[in-house]
Ligand binder design. Structure first.
Ligand code: ADP
Ligand code: MG
Length: 250
Protein backbone atom coordinates (compact mmCIF):
# COMPACT_ATOMS: atom_id res chain seq x y z
CA UNK A 1 0.00 0.00 0.00
CA UNK A 2 1.17 3.51 -0.74
CA UNK A 3 -0.35 6.78 0.38
CA UNK A 4 0.59 10.22 -0.86
CA UNK A 5 -0.54 12.67 1.78
CA UNK A 6 -0.80 16.32 0.77
CA UNK A 7 2.23 16.10 -1.49
CA UNK A 8 3.58 19.21 -3.21
CA UNK A 9 6.55 19.24 -5.57
CA UNK A 10 8.01 22.28 -7.31
CA UNK A 11 10.87 22.70 -9.77
CA UNK A 12 13.02 25.79 -10.30
CA UNK A 13 11.98 27.71 -13.41
CA UNK A 14 14.17 30.78 -13.92
CA UNK A 15 13.71 32.95 -10.85
CA UNK A 16 10.35 31.37 -10.06
CA UNK A 17 9.21 27.82 -9.37
CA UNK A 18 6.82 25.68 -11.35
CA UNK A 19 4.36 23.63 -9.29
CA UNK A 20 4.43 20.10 -10.73
CA UNK A 21 2.40 18.43 -7.96
CA UNK A 22 -0.03 20.55 -5.98
CA UNK A 23 -1.26 19.21 -2.62
CA UNK A 24 -2.10 15.73 -3.89
CA UNK A 25 -3.48 13.06 -1.57
CA UNK A 26 -3.96 9.59 -3.04
CA UNK A 27 -3.91 6.01 -1.78
CA UNK A 28 -3.18 3.00 -3.95
CA UNK A 29 -4.60 -0.15 -2.37
CA UNK A 30 -3.11 -3.64 -2.64
CA UNK A 31 -4.37 -5.74 -5.53
CA UNK A 32 -5.81 -2.70 -7.29
CA UNK A 33 -4.66 -0.91 -10.44
CA UNK A 34 -5.11 2.81 -9.83
CA UNK A 35 -4.83 4.70 -13.10
CA UNK A 36 -3.63 8.30 -13.23
CA UNK A 37 -4.52 10.25 -16.33
CA UNK A 38 -4.43 13.89 -17.37
CA UNK A 39 -3.03 16.16 -20.06
CA UNK A 40 0.65 16.29 -20.97
CA UNK A 41 2.56 18.39 -18.44
CA UNK A 42 -0.09 17.97 -15.74
CA UNK A 43 2.37 16.37 -13.31
CA UNK A 44 1.70 12.63 -13.75
CA UNK A 45 5.35 11.58 -14.08
CA UNK A 46 6.36 13.93 -11.26
CA UNK A 47 3.75 12.33 -9.01
CA UNK A 48 5.07 8.88 -9.87
CA UNK A 49 8.68 9.95 -9.28
CA UNK A 50 7.72 11.14 -5.79
CA UNK A 51 5.89 7.86 -5.11
CA UNK A 52 9.00 6.03 -6.35
CA UNK A 53 11.16 7.95 -3.83
CA UNK A 54 13.24 9.16 -6.77
CA UNK A 55 12.38 12.79 -5.98
CA UNK A 56 11.75 14.15 -2.51
CA UNK A 57 8.68 16.38 -2.37
CA UNK A 58 8.76 19.96 -1.04
CA UNK A 59 6.12 18.96 1.48
CA UNK A 60 3.74 16.13 2.31
CA UNK A 61 4.23 12.49 3.19
CA UNK A 62 4.82 9.37 1.13
CA UNK A 63 3.70 6.46 3.29
CA UNK A 64 4.79 3.06 2.15
CA UNK A 65 3.81 0.02 4.14
CA UNK A 66 3.83 -3.69 3.68
CA UNK A 67 1.74 -6.35 5.41
CA UNK A 68 4.64 -7.03 7.78
CA UNK A 69 5.38 -3.56 9.06
CA UNK A 70 4.16 -0.11 9.96
CA UNK A 71 4.25 2.45 7.15
CA UNK A 72 7.37 4.55 6.72
CA UNK A 73 7.37 8.12 5.42
CA UNK A 74 9.64 7.86 2.38
CA UNK A 75 9.75 11.66 2.11
CA UNK A 76 11.79 11.72 5.34
CA UNK A 77 14.38 9.14 4.36
CA UNK A 78 17.96 9.83 3.33
CA UNK A 79 18.91 8.99 -0.25
CA UNK A 80 20.53 5.81 0.92
CA UNK A 81 17.53 4.71 2.97
CA UNK A 82 15.20 5.58 0.09
CA UNK A 83 17.28 3.44 -2.25
CA UNK A 84 17.02 0.50 0.13
CA UNK A 85 13.27 0.95 0.50
CA UNK A 86 12.90 1.17 -3.28
CA UNK A 87 14.88 -2.01 -3.78
CA UNK A 88 12.80 -3.96 -1.29
CA UNK A 89 9.31 -2.66 -1.73
CA UNK A 90 8.90 -0.78 -5.00
CA UNK A 91 8.90 -1.99 -8.60
CA UNK A 92 9.17 0.61 -11.35
CA UNK A 93 8.38 0.32 -15.06
CA UNK A 94 9.13 3.30 -17.25
CA UNK A 95 7.90 4.36 -20.66
CA UNK A 96 10.93 2.80 -22.35
CA UNK A 97 11.88 -0.60 -21.07
CA UNK A 98 15.46 0.56 -20.21
CA UNK A 99 16.94 -2.90 -20.72
CA UNK A 100 20.68 -3.42 -20.98
CA UNK A 101 21.42 -4.24 -24.65
CA UNK A 102 24.09 -6.85 -23.94
CA UNK A 103 22.07 -8.97 -21.49
CA UNK A 104 19.53 -11.68 -22.26
CA UNK A 105 16.01 -11.45 -20.84
CA UNK A 106 16.93 -13.84 -18.05
CA UNK A 107 20.11 -11.94 -17.22
CA UNK A 108 18.21 -8.62 -16.98
CA UNK A 109 16.36 -10.16 -14.03
CA UNK A 110 19.31 -12.02 -12.56
CA UNK A 111 21.40 -8.86 -12.39
CA UNK A 112 18.82 -7.32 -10.02
CA UNK A 113 20.02 -9.76 -7.39
CA UNK A 114 23.48 -8.25 -7.57
CA UNK A 115 22.46 -4.64 -6.94
CA UNK A 116 23.68 -3.69 -3.46
CA UNK A 117 21.62 -5.29 -0.74
CA UNK A 118 20.78 -3.14 2.28
CA UNK A 119 19.80 -6.00 4.53
CA UNK A 120 22.41 -8.56 3.70
CA UNK A 121 25.53 -6.44 3.35
CA UNK A 122 28.28 -6.89 0.82
CA UNK A 123 29.01 -10.52 1.48
CA UNK A 124 25.46 -11.53 0.56
CA UNK A 125 25.63 -9.32 -2.54
CA UNK A 126 28.56 -11.29 -3.83
CA UNK A 127 26.56 -14.43 -3.19
CA UNK A 128 23.90 -13.05 -5.50
CA UNK A 129 21.39 -11.88 -2.95
CA UNK A 130 20.13 -8.33 -3.23
CA UNK A 131 18.13 -6.43 -0.68
CA UNK A 132 14.78 -7.98 -1.46
CA UNK A 133 12.81 -10.72 0.18
CA UNK A 134 13.50 -13.07 -2.67
CA UNK A 135 16.70 -14.70 -3.63
CA UNK A 136 17.10 -13.89 -7.30
CA UNK A 137 18.21 -17.24 -8.65
CA UNK A 138 17.50 -19.11 -11.88
CA UNK A 139 14.27 -20.57 -10.50
CA UNK A 140 12.96 -17.12 -9.54
CA UNK A 141 13.86 -15.76 -12.99
CA UNK A 142 12.11 -18.67 -14.69
CA UNK A 143 8.99 -18.16 -12.57
CA UNK A 144 8.79 -14.47 -13.48
CA UNK A 145 9.48 -14.92 -17.18
CA UNK A 146 6.72 -17.53 -17.18
CA UNK A 147 4.37 -15.09 -15.41
CA UNK A 148 4.85 -12.56 -18.23
CA UNK A 149 4.61 -15.19 -20.96
CA UNK A 150 8.27 -15.14 -22.00
CA UNK A 151 9.51 -18.57 -20.97
CA UNK A 152 10.57 -19.28 -24.52
CA UNK A 153 12.57 -16.06 -24.79
CA UNK A 154 14.82 -16.18 -21.72
CA UNK A 155 18.00 -16.28 -23.79
CA UNK A 156 17.16 -13.46 -26.19
CA UNK A 157 18.68 -10.00 -26.02
CA UNK A 158 16.52 -6.86 -26.30
CA UNK A 159 17.30 -6.43 -30.02
CA UNK A 160 15.80 -9.88 -30.66
CA UNK A 161 12.55 -9.02 -28.85
CA UNK A 162 9.55 -6.95 -29.95
CA UNK A 163 8.62 -3.73 -28.13
CA UNK A 164 5.84 -5.54 -26.29
CA UNK A 165 8.16 -8.35 -25.26
CA UNK A 166 10.75 -5.87 -24.02
CA UNK A 167 8.12 -4.18 -21.90
CA UNK A 168 7.19 -7.61 -20.47
CA UNK A 169 10.83 -8.17 -19.49
CA UNK A 170 10.81 -4.77 -17.77
CA UNK A 171 7.65 -5.77 -15.89
CA UNK A 172 9.17 -9.09 -14.81
CA UNK A 173 12.30 -7.24 -13.70
CA UNK A 174 10.21 -4.82 -11.61
CA UNK A 175 8.63 -7.79 -9.81
CA UNK A 176 11.88 -9.58 -9.01
CA UNK A 177 11.91 -8.54 -5.34
CA UNK A 178 8.18 -9.11 -4.90
CA UNK A 179 7.37 -5.42 -4.34
CA UNK A 180 4.34 -4.16 -2.42
CA UNK A 181 4.09 -1.20 -4.76
CA UNK A 182 4.29 -1.24 -8.56
CA UNK A 183 4.69 2.10 -10.35
CA UNK A 184 4.22 2.24 -14.09
CA UNK A 185 4.60 5.30 -16.34
CA UNK A 186 2.94 5.19 -19.78
CA UNK A 187 3.77 1.52 -20.43
CA UNK A 188 2.01 1.41 -23.80
CA UNK A 189 3.12 4.67 -25.38
CA UNK A 190 5.64 2.93 -27.67
CA UNK A 191 3.30 0.06 -28.58
CA UNK A 192 0.48 -0.41 -31.07
CA UNK A 193 -3.00 -0.72 -29.63
CA UNK A 194 -3.14 -4.52 -29.63
CA UNK A 195 0.24 -5.02 -27.96
CA UNK A 196 -0.52 -2.13 -25.63
CA UNK A 197 -3.77 -3.80 -24.60
CA UNK A 198 -1.96 -7.07 -23.92
CA UNK A 199 0.60 -5.30 -21.70
CA UNK A 200 -2.19 -3.54 -19.77
CA UNK A 201 -4.08 -6.81 -19.28
CA UNK A 202 -0.88 -8.43 -18.06
CA UNK A 203 -0.30 -5.62 -15.53
CA UNK A 204 -3.89 -5.98 -14.29
CA UNK A 205 -3.56 -9.75 -13.91
CA UNK A 206 -0.22 -9.52 -12.08
CA UNK A 207 -1.61 -6.82 -9.78
CA UNK A 208 -4.61 -8.95 -8.86
CA UNK A 209 -2.60 -12.18 -8.47
CA UNK A 210 0.31 -10.71 -6.54
CA UNK A 211 -1.58 -8.08 -4.58
CA UNK A 212 0.67 -5.19 -5.57
CA UNK A 213 -0.58 -1.66 -5.03
CA UNK A 214 -0.23 -0.49 -8.62
CA UNK A 215 -0.16 3.13 -9.75
CA UNK A 216 -0.27 3.37 -13.53
CA UNK A 217 0.08 6.61 -15.48
CA UNK A 218 -1.54 6.76 -18.88
CA UNK A 219 -2.57 9.72 -20.97
CA UNK A 220 -4.71 7.73 -23.38
CA UNK A 221 -7.74 5.85 -22.19
CA UNK A 222 -8.23 3.18 -24.88
CA UNK A 223 -7.10 0.67 -22.25
CA UNK A 224 -9.36 2.06 -19.53
CA UNK A 225 -10.85 -1.43 -19.04
CA UNK A 226 -7.61 -2.72 -17.47
CA UNK A 227 -7.81 -0.10 -14.68
CA UNK A 228 -9.75 -0.78 -11.49
CA UNK A 229 -9.92 2.90 -10.66
CA UNK A 230 -9.02 6.10 -12.45
CA UNK A 231 -8.01 9.49 -11.10
CA UNK A 232 -7.34 12.62 -13.12
CA UNK A 233 -4.63 15.22 -12.65
CA UNK A 234 -4.92 18.71 -14.10
CA UNK A 235 -2.24 21.33 -13.45
CA UNK A 236 -0.73 19.24 -10.68
CA UNK A 237 -4.00 18.86 -8.80
CA UNK A 238 -6.24 15.82 -8.44
CA UNK A 239 -9.65 16.40 -9.96
CA UNK A 240 -12.36 15.13 -7.56
CA UNK A 241 -13.12 11.55 -8.58
CA UNK A 242 -16.75 12.09 -9.56
CA UNK A 243 -15.89 15.07 -11.75
CA UNK A 244 -13.09 13.03 -13.31
CA UNK A 245 -15.47 10.16 -14.08
CA UNK A 246 -17.86 12.55 -15.80
CA UNK A 247 -14.92 13.88 -17.81
CA UNK A 248 -14.15 10.39 -19.11
CA UNK A 249 -17.70 9.11 -19.65
CA UNK A 250 -17.79 8.13 -23.30
P1 ADP B 1 3.30 14.72 -17.27
O1 ADP B 1 4.00 13.46 -16.91
O2 ADP B 1 1.86 14.76 -16.82
O3 ADP B 1 3.40 15.04 -18.72
P2 ADP B 1 5.41 16.03 -15.75
O4 ADP B 1 5.31 15.49 -14.38
O5 ADP B 1 6.47 15.47 -16.62
O6 ADP B 1 3.98 15.93 -16.47
O7 ADP B 1 5.63 17.60 -15.67
C1 ADP B 1 4.85 18.44 -14.83
C2 ADP B 1 5.42 19.84 -14.83
O8 ADP B 1 6.69 19.84 -14.19
C3 ADP B 1 5.67 20.42 -16.23
O9 ADP B 1 5.41 21.79 -16.17
C4 ADP B 1 7.12 20.13 -16.45
O10 ADP B 1 7.68 21.05 -17.36
C5 ADP B 1 7.70 20.29 -15.06
N1 ADP B 1 8.88 19.44 -14.86
C6 ADP B 1 8.90 18.08 -14.84
N2 ADP B 1 10.13 17.61 -14.56
C7 ADP B 1 10.92 18.70 -14.40
C8 ADP B 1 12.32 18.90 -14.09
N3 ADP B 1 13.14 17.86 -13.88
N4 ADP B 1 12.77 20.17 -14.02
C9 ADP B 1 11.95 21.22 -14.19
N5 ADP B 1 10.64 21.12 -14.48
C10 ADP B 1 10.12 19.88 -14.58
MG1 MG C 1 4.91 11.99 -18.13
Amino acid sequence: MITLDDVTLTFPDGDRRVIAVDHVSLTAAPGVVTGITGPSGSGKSSLLAVAATLIRPDSGRVLIGGPDGAPVDAARLSRREAAALRRERIGIVFQQSNLLPSLTAGEQLLVMGHLGGARDGGRADRAGRGGGRHRVDRARVAELLDAVGLSQHADKRPAQLSGGQRQRVAIARALVHDPDVLLVDEPTSALDQERGGAVMDLLARLTHERGTATLLVTHDLVHRGALDRLVTVVDGRLVPETAGAALHAA
